[in-house]
Design a protein around this ligand. Sequence first.
Ligand code: TXA
Ligand code: MG
Length: 324
Amino acid sequence: MKTEIADEKALAYAGEIIRSGGLVAFPTETVYGLGANAFDENAVASVFEAKGRPGDNPLIVHVSKVEDAEPLCYLTEEAKRLFAIFTPGPLTIIMKKKSVIPDCVTAGLDSVGIRIPGHKLARDFIAAAGVPIAAPSANTSTKVSPTTAQAVLEDMDGKIPLILDGGQCAVGIESTVLSLAGEVPEVLRPGAVTVEDLLAYLPRVRNHKGELKVSPSPGMKYKHYAPTCDCVMASSEESAKKRYDEETAAGRRAVILGNSAYHVGDRNFYDLGATPGDVAKNIFKALRDCEKNNDLIIVEEFSEEKLEFSIMNRLKKSTQGVLI
Ligand code: TXA
Ligand code: MG
């Protein structure tokens, strides 16, 4: 199959592909998604196949406006309020599902994640399709999530007919996954809507800190965001420089990723930008750019607060917990 990259002029075609059971990759403000008609079990099965994704890891469902979520799940007043405050935008809310959502979408769970993306092209695509869109990130399972159409092409070339190109994703890390399906509201995956942001409206909300094996979010137990080369986190500029010098002395190619103020002399440095927002926007693209021509990526350690906590959540997985 030939994979085409096209802009918003291809929206009507994208809608046709979805209604006939095919897959379309599309931009959102977080990362690119790999979309299928959420009501079509065969189309959903082909999403799992194209990604190589384990069948027990549920997909979230995207709608273009909150009214379209009503037939899909038991939408509480609390959920409606949160959608009104934080969306369209990078927040997914898990609620009890209605039976129209096939079990294969939710991997047999009785809950479903609903998201209303902030990127206009994403909402226009969902509206053009005329059905809710089940979509994970558009990467091969275990690899770094794609934040450009080119990154989607690297993983999906020949597997899907169309990638809608909406430029580089502005947020750059996946949506916050908030569960309202349990006893206590819980952030299962931190994102740009932080637990600090949610606390003002949901005083009992907490970040999930459980053991992976009892995780309520199946995706959390799998290897994730792994570059194809080695990747470690540096606790200081000194340890980054020391490791870099050892690697390059041994003939290995290395790069240091850090924010604009990180000082590593004249070593090979990839500037992630000045603010936490810049770092979030650029981090996945940086990992994908650097894995291609390096043996080792050394990345700065960030703080455990607000957006940096969400960035660290991804980087701990990319580095598989290796802190130097
Ligand atoms: O920003 C995003 O959320 C992107 C864009 C494309 O919208 N999508 C995305 O999907 O990141 P995915 O499949 O890569 O990550 C969804 C996460 C997974 O960790 C999955 O296990 C969890 O959400 N999840 C989905 N449905 C769930 C449910 N019913 N209960 C608990 N966790 C759920
Ligand atoms: Mg993903």
